[in-house]
Design a protein around this ligand. Structure first.
Ligand SMILES: NC(=O)c1ccc[n+]([C@@H]2O[C@H](COP(=O)([O-])OP(=O)(O)OC[C@H]3O[C@@H](n4cnc5c(N)ncnc54)[C@H](OP(=O)(O)O)[C@@H]3O)[C@@H](O)[C@H]2O)c1
Length: 262
């Protein structure tokens, strides 16, 4: 038998991949690439049902089944119900991807109200924690994987970015905890640090003036590759880490950032 014949499929044929943030820019690209790799998908929206339906329609066009539901990550019971429903609907959950997060106004710490910090932590860090806890029983059964979006700002801080860096630093530690504690059940966990890309949250940050041309040019110059990335390029990293091709990789953070955090 050749090495090619022995190669495992990238994802199991039964069960589904859950993409939280599936109505958003990065989540959509991940859901579509997972579908291209043969996965049925369960995805959520928080406020943007139209965005979720657009992602769902494209997953169906790729030939896969999709389940869509509203989830507020701050609501632990709601997150658990969504995971349990997805598992029941598809016969299991083999992959969970955390690709959600609120709009984050960019301010210096001296000007960022504590109430805003608390609110972002509730959506992002606590949200990811709720998702991890709701996913683990299903991922243990499937010997599956958990992959979370973080930011390279946890390695190389960019001013005015505390609302991104602080919750994502917590999320990286949640990922490491899962990797260390759940490996004995066959569960892997990894993170992907996303540099500035021209999709998703980018549009709100440009519209609201957080990203102006000066910032964007400085951001391009700060990257070894001298350009911003795309959601598709991020999804490539996420889908690799979630797949069986990464079966001996756990507890890692892959920076998909054009060489920013060097
Ligand atoms: N774009 C970038 O340059 C960049 C860089 C580094 C890190 N990131 C991170 O990547 C992640 C995804 O960002 P994106 O660019 O794809 O942004 P996006 O297009 O705004 O998508 C954000 C997603 O999060 C969902 N969401 C927000 N709060 C939620 C909550 N409480 N419960 C459930 N879902 C919630 C949104 O749902 P609705 O739209 O339905 O409300 C949406 O699906 C975020 O954590 C962001 O911080 C992005």
């Amino acid at each position: 038998m050749s090495a090619a014949d022995e190669r495992l499929p990238d994802f199991p044929s039964g069960g589904c991949a859950v993409v939280i943030g599936g109505s958003g820019g990065i989540g959509r690209a991940i859901a579509l690439q997972l579908a291209e790799h043969g996965c049925d998908i369960a995805l959520n929206y928080f406020s943007n049902v139209t965005g979720a339906e657009e992602t769902a329609a494209r997953v169906r066009r790729a030939g896969h089944e999709v389940h869509v539901g509203q989830v507020d990550l701050r609501d632990e019971a709601m997150v658990k119900s969504f995971l349990d429903e997805a598992a029941q609907h598809f016969g299991g959950v083999h992959t969970t991807v955390y690709a959600a997060g609120p709009y984050i106004p960019m301010r210096f710490v001296s000007q960022q109200p504590a109430a805003t910090f608390r609110d972002v932590m509730e959506h992002d860090a606590f949200g990811c924690y709720h998702l991890a806890q709701a996913s683990l029983p299903h991922l243990r059964t499937a010997k599956g994987s958990f992959t979370a979006i973080v930011t390279p700002a946890i390695r190389r801080y960019a001013t005015r970015d505390v609302l991104s860096a602080a919750p994502k630093a917590a999320i990286e530690q949640i990922v490491k905890a899962i990797a260390a504690e759940e490996g004995r059940f066959g569960v892997r966990a990894n993170a992907v640090g996303v540099g500035v890309i021209t999709d998703g949250l980018y549009h709100a940050l440009v519209d609201r003036g957080d990203f102006d041309e000066r910032f964007l040019e400085a951001s391009r110059q700060a990257k070894a590759l001298k350009r911003l990335g795309t959601a598709e390029e991020v999804a490539e990293g996420v889908v690799f880490l979630a797949s069986a091709r990464a079966r001996w990789i756990t507890g890692q953070t892959l920076m998909v950032d054009g060489g920013y955090a060097l």
